[in-house]
Design a protein around this ligand. Structure first.
Ligand code: G6P
Length: 614
């Protein structure tokens, strides 16, 4: 989805920093990019359709290099096709104001008609240009950028994160506002910086302040003043972001996805750090989160999430029902938000999100809250909207996840769900200290087991399997129980990055339809670990084999490997933890297949990392 950066400095050029900021945001998905900078002669804009390199080529002449204030944008088209003219920034008629914007101006048509009647000519098909002209006209009247933004936003309906840069008598001015999509600010002695994501801010400061809906910020070198839309000052605390700017790099890996797959042993260890109390046979969360008093009267859990996070939510439902005996429902956030859901007393909404900014998940959470649910979030981004709006939070400590296909965030979410299930089970007395202790011991073993799964031998073996199956006509991933969602995730990963048709199915349901798909061109990946349903999945593998399908068994069940013929052997562990281990080889299999097929692994077509609009 769209990305925003902005910088204003007392001296020193900003252009390079803006472009680097846009590069860091590339992972979110975009179809064009642009910058607007303030130069003595007025505002200059450069923008291009396509990859950031296209913009960089235009900037090579150095004409915009000297500017000490500017804004930048990566666009994901909503109003108007991806093109140079529709790319942001957009300027008003005076040439003194430029704007970038994420989100949607819902009432842009009547506003545009009004401007057309007043003689304004438009250069693009975007809703954003309407906003640019509105701010520009007001600014031309008063010379006060904050007042101009306020006046324009008072007439706008929709949700947006926007930044206006202007040149006036006193030099450069920059104002941003948030009503929906995320926006964060940071400052140093001689500069102030903003971005739609914390990553571009980290080179300047690790103290980041997130704007809330209804906030505006006036950016000045060395300070940021935050007010509401009426201009009344508001206080927002800054948060320390412990991520290293280096974490946002690819290191020696060819793709972010491969790097992030390999980071999983460390991420899981960090997500467990300080949270396992083996003596008490319990889990402890920092900052007094998820104490007995909050958990004891939970009567029902409603998971809301999207994409990969939803699959972690399905696994959470097995864990919470199994270990804590609390009924759990799981629903796509995008469906939940448009139902009239029944929230019974004692309901907790469990929102799971890597970014903490997914529009559907946020809307579903808000709806559950409005209907009386308390909210627990599992989230990877400290300070994100999801975190700020939740009563209780479990942070996954995954560091920045850049690859569009989620990997380390998923396994960390599942680990967080295990911790949550244990904690609820202990608070409610449904899980004994001894049983909990057994799981804690197993959790500690995950790091080494994950390292084993990422060994060179394993990678070579999975690469061989990838070669054998890269031309299959389709893939079916099957699993049962707590590994059924792993099958869903395996299929999602493959389709996202390799564009092959893949379906995830509950193994027991095969006979009700999908078995008709089985023939020698079809690869069936069966996820099966030692546990309650292992023999059932074995029978499902037999059914596929007898119909001529190619079968690959993934998991710790030796008999399944024997039946399937092809296998990926995963270390044995508690059935509850098996999804964490079983997922990793499926990530590698998808990665290698996509690589063999020459796909753009980190930026799959049509996908965005963080879907902050509906
Ligand atoms: C997008 C991404 C997925 C992700 C989903 C939910 O669709 O491409 O990888 O699982 O959003 O994102 P979240 O940040 O809420 O986990």
């Amino acid at each position: 989805m769209c990305g925003i950066v902005g910088a204003i400095r007392s001296q020193g050029p900003v252009l390079r920093g803006l472009v680097e900021g846009l590069r860091v945001l590339e992972y979110r998905g975009y179809d064009s990019s642009g910058v607007a900078v303030v130069l003595p002669g007025g505002i200059q804009i450069a923008k291009r359709q396509g990859r950031l390199e296209n913009l960089e080529a235009v900037l090579q002449d150095g004409a915009l290099e000297a500017a000490s204030a500017g804004i930048g944008h990566t666009r994901w088209a909503t109003h108007g096709e991806p093109s140079d003219r529709n790319a942001h920034p957009h300027r008003g008629a005076s040439g003194k104001v430029a704007i970038v914007h994420n989100g949607i101006i819902e009432n842009y048509l009547p506003l545009k008609n009004e401007l057309l009647e007043a003689g304004v000519t438009f250069e693009s098909d975007t809703d954003t240009e309407v906003l640019a002209h509105m701010v520009d006209r007001e600014f031309a009247r008063t010379g006060d950028l904050s007042a101009a933004v306020r006046a324009a936003l008072a007439r706008v309906q929709g949700y947006y994160a926007m930044v206006a840069v202007a040149v006036g008598d006193a030099g450069s001015m920059m104002v941003c506002a948030r009503q929906g999509p995320p926006l964060a600010v940071a400052w140093s002695e001689d500069g102030a910086y903003l971005a739609s994501d914390v990553l571009p801010l980290l080179p300047y400061s690790n103290q980041v302040t997130f704007l809330e809906d209804g906030d505006m910020a006036v950016m000045q070198p060395g300070s940021v003043t935050i007010t509401d839309f009426s201009g009344n000052p508001v206080t927002r605390t800054s948060r320390e972001i412990e991520w290293d700017p280096e974490d946002a790099g690819k290191g020696h890996y060819p793709h972010y996805m491969l790097k992030e797959i390999h980071e999983q042993p460390g991420v899981i260890a960090r997500t467990l750090e300080g949270r396992l109390d083996e003596k008490a046979g319990d889990v402890v969360f920092e900052n007094d989160q998820l104490q007995d008093a909050f958990l004891a009267d939970i009567s029902r859990v409603q998971v809301v999430a999207c994409g990969t996070a939803l699959h972690a939510g399905y696994i959470a439902s097995y864990l919470i029902e199994g270990l804590a005996r609390v009924p759990v429902d799981v629903e796509f956030a995008s469906e939940f938000r448009y139902r009239d859901p029944i929230i019974v007393p004692g309901t907790v909404a469990l929102a799971i999100s890597q970014s903490g900014e997914t529009a559907d998940t946020l809307a579903a959470t808000r709806l559950a809250k409005a209907k009386g649910a308390r909210v627990i979030s599992i989230c990877n981004v400290p300070g994100s909207s999801q975190v700020r709006e939740s009563d209780q939070v479990i942070l996954t400590r995954g560091g920045p996840e850049i690859g569009v296909a989620s990997t380390k965030a998923f396994t960390a979410q599942v680990v967080a769900a295990v911790l949550l299930a244990i904690r609820i089970g202990r608070a409610k007395g449904t899980l004994s200290a001894d049983d909990a202790r057994g799981l804690l011991v197993e959790l500690r073993m995950l790091r080494n087991q994950l390292e084993e799964l990422l060994s060179e031998n394993m990678r070579t073996h999975i690469k061989d399997l990838a070669r054998r199956h890269a031309a299959a006509k389709g893939f079916l991933f099957i699993g049962r129980g707590v590994n059924y969602p792993v099958a869903l995730e395996g299929a999602l990963k493959l389709k996202e990055i390799s564009y092959m048709h893949a379906e995830g199915y509950a193994a027991g349901e095969m006979k009700h339809g999908p078995i008709a798909l089985i023939d020698p061109g079809m690869t069936v990946v069966a996820v099966n670990s030692i546990g309650r349903v292992a023999d059932k999945v074995r029978a499902n593998i037999e059914q596929v084999k007898s119909r001529g399908g190619e079968t690959v068994s993934v998991g710790s069940d030796p008999e399944s490997h024997e039946i399937a013929g092809q296998s990926i052997k995963v270390p044995a562990c508690s059935e509850w933890l098996s999804p964490i281990l079983n997922t990793v080889p499926l990530q590698l299999l998808s990665y290698y297949i996509a690589d063999l097929r020459g796909c753009d692994i980190d930026k799959p077509r049509n996908l965005a990392k963080s879907v902050t609009v509906e």
